[in-house]
Design a protein around this ligand. Sequence first.
Ligand code: FAD
Ligand code: NAI
Length: 470
Amino acid sequence: MPAQFDVVVIGTGPGGYVCAIKAAQLGLKTAVVEKLPNHGGTCVNVGCIPSKALLHATEMYAEAQHNFAKLGIEVSGVSVSLEKLMAHKAQTVEQNVKGLDFLMKKNKIEVFRGTGRIAGAGKVVVTAADGSEQTVETKNIVIATGSEVAGIPGVNVEFDEKAIVTSTGALSLEKVPGKLVVVGGGVIGLELGSVWARLGAEVTVVEYLDTILGGMDGEIAKQFQRLLTKQGFTFKLGAKVTAVQRTGNGASVTFEPVKGGKAETIEADVVLVATGRKPYTKGLGLEEAGIEVDERGRVKVDRHLRTNVPGVYAIGDVVAGPMLAHKAEEEGVAVAEIIAGQAGHVNYDVIPGVVYTSPEVAAVGKTEEELKKAGIEYNVGKFPFSANGRARSMLQTEGLVKVLADKKTDRVLGVHILGFGAGEMIHEAAVLMEFGGSSEDLARTCHAHPTMSEAVKEAALATFFKPIHS
Ligand code: FAD
Ligand code: NAI
């Protein structure tokens, strides 16, 4: 019997749904299997989208409280309705979910509701919520099952999503906690910590490393930490968390200095544990299907995103690489193209990362630390937003742009931005790097005035000569 489908994608997060749409657009007969009622995965339902709704709303609230008066706008009695804020979040998610339902229909993608299990090459068994099973036959299978909360290795944390929460609970707290302790000074900790800090919580971040945002450029991370401290954050760095426990009124966190010393316990109304995520492959039947995983449980793939079993591919959080929605999407597109016989490819050197705090942090390419470690000689150009006219007009003068370019060839190797709108500005650097551009290319490109982006041009200029405005 011929296979029913050309491609069956298991999981409809940003990796899976994008892969399915692209495959359908390329003329492949495509189906998806999703175990949850909504498409969109972590990103749309409990990740990128709801967190950005809360970040935007609370940033506006903070602006109204702290900056409006400086701009000459007099407002009084600014207050927040947590209920309405959460309604805005829910509506944003709903609109995105509806959009995905529409796209599935528009592209004639067959949707199977249930948990997908790979019963060998070309066979996916779908178990519906009522326990009924059906087998779907396909030429190709794409695993896009994403990730789940990792917890703290070696520490038993009992999440009740009320006093001890994952990011999912932290997106839906019923009231503003007086004290919020965040375990992990990574992206989730700082974004969701910002949401609740702006709403009035006293936020303490306990981080194992001696820096926040480990992996980001060290200079940028340090300046960012200073800005967050000004916003009221308290940081306990170089601190290893050894226990998270429920107490009468909330929860407590015990940690000890990584370098040795006395343990300390702090009490909180709510503890958010944000210590990373791990691949999710439960119930997929990887072992029976003979699909290999690495030492961290990630599905092993080659550079064409193929697993060791012919006709089975894997993309997104479930494979190695940064756990980012847009990385998952790029891989989804690449796999669809590869299956359709085209030259699908992901450029892992140019995947931007954005932290949607205030100000934002954005980066693409290598950090100074990475270049030093790799023994690559480079030039650095920097430009502070305090010297940018548009930034002054908006009272958004915090932060800087930093451009790293190869010393010999001037090719841009990394761009790091701390500042208002960094997450939008980073893309001119990404496009430049995709085309192998130099810092001189960037510096000689006319930028509209007055814009924050002029700081990017000036930082590029500073790598090989002198900026004009500082
Ligand atoms: P997922 O989105 O996790 O989707 C996997 C899907 O597979 C799910 O729908 C799941 O139900 C389904 N599934 C799993 N197993 C099966 C099975 N056996 N059968 C059927 N279905 C199955 N990234 C960014 O780039 N920008 C951000 O701003 C950002 N913010 C985030 C904020 C938070 C709070 C969190 C937690 C994450 C955030 N991320 C962000 C990360 C982003 O959400 C992930 O990188 C992205 O969702 C990964 O996409 P994916 O398709 O690989 O997996
Ligand atoms: P993360 O990896 O960004 O940060 C986790 C932090 O916890 C690290 O700094 C780590 O050193 C620390 N940590 C680990 N164990 C610890 C311990 N025992 N004690 C103290 N600290 C400890 O992971 P996070 O924030 O949970 O995010 C998960 C994923 O979601 C990330 O990979 C990220 O890419 C993605 N994400 C992306 C966003 C974005 O792009 N804006 C937003 C939110 C999440």
